[in-house]
Design a protein around this ligand. Structure first.
Ligand code: NAD
Length: 333
């Protein structure tokens, strides 16, 4: 864990609701056990982020120097079947943490993990070209990807995207209204060796696992040419580290792998096959996921301008190789 290795005392708040959302495949207990074993400076708090009193009490007691808010219900598809849980965790949980921070740690830089789904399906209005393996932007304005000025309303978000919009706008408001050093990181695909990918969430992690285990990966629509930009958690962590060192008020950043780390599903299959030397099994379902992006990659210009020296250090290939190695170790246990 980056922050523990930098000498921070880290307090983690999580109730393993990912297992409740996604079943055994989403269980994160193995990761908690790893963190506790590897980092003496890590303390776990079994708290439901919807429990306002418990969150307030924790922030009052710990008085954190910085807060990184990652707890969420992260899937489009799941939100549609559990809209109350989705909204209560994503919007209500974010408000609980922001308000606790305002009351007990207002100076602490607060990083809110938002998502590119706050743009809804508006990116699908951009004109595209189709190549043999992917969709890409035909409009020269998006040659470097989508930046933070892109509109967030008048589009279909999915229930999940809408709850994340509520959280994103509320986080910005605690910055603008109360002057707190809050930023929203609107993520593309964030991943790494410790991601517990499942079909409904965790694209590369799940795809690599399917390849390794000979499982059939199901493509939903767009010919498998839909494009995602992928960023390794280490690069996300490094950006957060820089924001904490030099925070700004009410900022928004599109954080992803950018154009250089963008892949379509078909392209990701090829990389997975090259890493494992195993064929990728897949089936095709013509029905695209509602609200899914056909092509999305982040324009990283603003991040690099505000935090010179930060850049992507892990390629998609390296990230997938690390994920592959981690799955093999986990499965062998
Ligand atoms: N992984 C991605 O590709 C991606 C992309 C864009 C944005 N994000 C955002 O980044 C953040 C982290 O995503 P992730 O991929 O690590 O998701 P994740 O599901 O792996 O992690 C979320 C964690 O929150 C915990 N949690 C859920 N409900 C909780 C509750 N009520 N109380 C306490 N803890 C709870 C879960 O147990 C889980 O450990 C989320 O806000 C997500 O929307 C992720």
């Amino acid at each position: 864990m980056l922050f523990a290795s930098l000498g921070w005392k880290v307090h983690g708040l999580d109730n393993n609701m990912r297992a409740d959302f996604f079943g055994a495949g989403g269980d994160t207990r193995w990761n908690l056990a790893r963190l506790v074993q590897e980092h003496r400076s890590f303390t776990h708090h079994e708290i439901d982020i919807r429990d306002r009193r418990a969150v307030l009490d924790l922030i009052r007691r710990v008085k954190p120097t910085a807060i990184v808010h990652c707890a969420a219900q992260p899937s489009h598809d799941l939100a549609a079947s559990r809209p109350f849980d989705d909204f209560d965790v994503n919007a209500g949980g974010t408000l609980a943490l922001l308000e606790a921070a305002r009351q007990h740690a207002p100076e602490a830089p607060f990083v809110h993990m938002s998502t590119n789904k706050v743009y809804g399906d508006a990116p699908n209005d951009i004109s595209l070209v189709e190549t043999e393996t992917r969709w890409d932007y035909a409009d020269a304005r998006y040659v470097n990807g989508i930046d933070e000025s892109f509109r967030i309303d008048r589009s279909k978000h999915s229930i999940f995207g809408a709850s994340k919009v509520a959280a994103d706008v509320m986080a910005q408001e605690y910055g603008r209204y109360f002057g707190m050093p809050v930023c929203c990181l609107r993520g593309g695909c964030l991943t790494g060796p410790n991601h517990a990918g499942v079909e409904l969430h965790g694209f590369l992690s799940y795809l690599v696992r399917c390849n390794l285990e000979g499982r059939t990966y199901r493509i939903f629509g767009y010919k498998g040419k839909q494009v995602r930009d992928n960023i390794h958690s280490a690069d996300v962590g490094e950006f957060i580290n820089r924001f904490i060192a030099a925070p700004r008020v009410a900022e928004v950043y599109n954080i992803g792998g950018g154009k250089e780390n963008s892949v379509s599903i078909l392209e990701a299959f090829k990389i997975a096959e090259a890493i494992s030397a195993k064929p990728m099994r897949f089936e095709y379902d013509d029905r695209a996921r509602s609200g899914d992006h056909i092509c999305y990659y982040s324009d990283l210009t603003k991040m690099k301008m505000h935090y010179p020296g930060w850049s992507i250090t892990k390629s998609v290939h390296d990230t997938m190789a690390e994920i592959s190695e981690a799955w093999l170790i986990r499965v062998a246990r």
